[in-house]
Design a protein around this ligand. Structure first.
Ligand SMILES: Cc1ncc(COP(=O)(O)O)c(C=O)c1O
Length: 357
């Protein structure tokens, strides 16, 4: 990485130079799509994807409430409104059956306002893109995938980012592929959309002087692209390591009354996070913290319960699975360099806490 940084410094070009162009090609190839557009963050990728598809005021976008805020924020930022669909209780991703129910119960006038589908491949598990893709095609909606947590995850023979019109990635440092700062990318197989996204990241400008769209100043910079190019060849190996460690966790926690992550048939999970569901979560968190084991909660407050989204308009139906999971979910430590011994130590500490209940 130091050599890559020196290469950029000696070239002296820091915005939209050869490192970004090469990384866009390399990452698009990794996702098995034709084009990549490097952006300043995953959040911007989502917003610009929606702008690129001309989603705006008055439109509804079907998504999930059980996600990081950015997913819904992007919809709100373009002037549209999210429509929250419940999640599957096993994979924590958008439940196609709940989406169908929502469509059936909605008045036709409101249903017609749905202009796009924005599923989230949460924790590294791909959504059921077979069922969701069929609904989107039937309804004529474009699909924007939130792939921020799922670099390299697969459903059938395709990688995430390649199912919808646009796939949005984050390179935030803790992501499966992380920069040394913020970064993101929108990938697409449409040359026309890629061209529009390139203008949108450049204040909507075509060339230097003419402004055609309402865009952002949002570029992946040369230093981050050079660093990501060094890391990308290791990504498949890191994913294999995450999957192996997840297997060890599953084995170590199998006899406890906790819900473990699953890998749906046809899916390849990349375990961005290893999340369990446990009752008395706070007791378990404190117990682990006292033993030097850090945990996280993704996410304690679902988006529809955040002050900016409380109006109820975004939630025509109750979201019981989202509500229940947000009270019980707990992320255990997982990173590619973690050792089998460290996983065993965490499993032992969790087991001890349960034996005292
Ligand atoms: C599901 C999800 N969507 C979007 C984002 C936004 O990405 P970024 O932090 O790069 O803006 C993140 C990560 O932070 C995320 O986890």
């Amino acid at each position: 990485m130091e050599a890559a940084i020196r290469r950029v410094l000696s070239r002296g070009q820091f915005i939209l130079g050869p490192e970004v162009a090469r990384f866009e090609e390399e990452f698009a190839r990794f996702c098995r799509v034709s084009h990549g557009v490097g952006l300043a963050s995953g959040t911007d990728a989502l917003e610009l994807a929606l702008r690129g598809l001309k989603i705006g005021p008055g439109d509804l976008v079907a998504t999930v409430s059980f996600t990081f805020l950015s997913t819904a924020d992007a919809i709100r930022k373009v002037g549209a409104q999210p429509l929250f669909v419940d999640i599957d209780p096993a994979t924590y991703t958008m439940d196609p059956a709940h989406l169908e129910l929502l469509l059936k119960r909605m008045p036709a006038s409101r249903r017609r306002r749905i202009r796009a589908l924005l599923p989230v491949h949460l924790y590294g598990h791909p959504c059921d893109m077979g069922a969701l893709g069929r609904i989107a095609r039937r309804e004529g909606w474009p699909v924007v995938e939130d792939c921020a947590q799922a670099h390299g995850a697969e459903w059938g023979s395709k990688r995430v980012g390649g199912f919808g019109q646009i796939g949005c990635f984050s390179f935030y440092p803790t992501k499966n592929l992380g920069a040394l700062g913020d970064g993101g990318m929108a990938v697409t197989s449409s040359g026309a959309l890629a061209d529009r996204l390139r203008m949108l990241r450049f204040q909507g400008r075509k060339g230097k002087d003419l402004q055609l769209f309402d865009g952002l100043n949002s570029r992946l910079d040369e230093l981050q692209a050079a660093i990501l190019r060094v890391k990308l060849p290791s990504l498949d190996g890191w994913t294999r390591s995450r999957r192996r460690l997840a297997g060890l966790y599953a084995e170590g926690l199998r006899s406890l009354p906790v819900q473990l992550p699953v890998e749906a048939a046809g899916a390849r999970h990349v375990y961005h996070l290893f999340c369990i569901q446990a009752t008395r979560r706070e007791d378990l968190r404190k117990w682990l913290a006292r033993r030097g084991i850090g945990t996280g909660i993704h996410y304690a407050i679902p988006v529809h319960r955040q002050p900016l989204y409380r109006s109820g308009e975004s939630r025509p139906l109750p979201l019981p699975v989202t509500e229940r999971v947000s009270r019980r979910i707990l992320s255990l430590p997982l990173f590619p360099e973690m050792t089998a011994g460290e996983v065993t130590r965490v499993c032992r500490a969790v087991t001890e806490q349960f034996s005292r209940r």
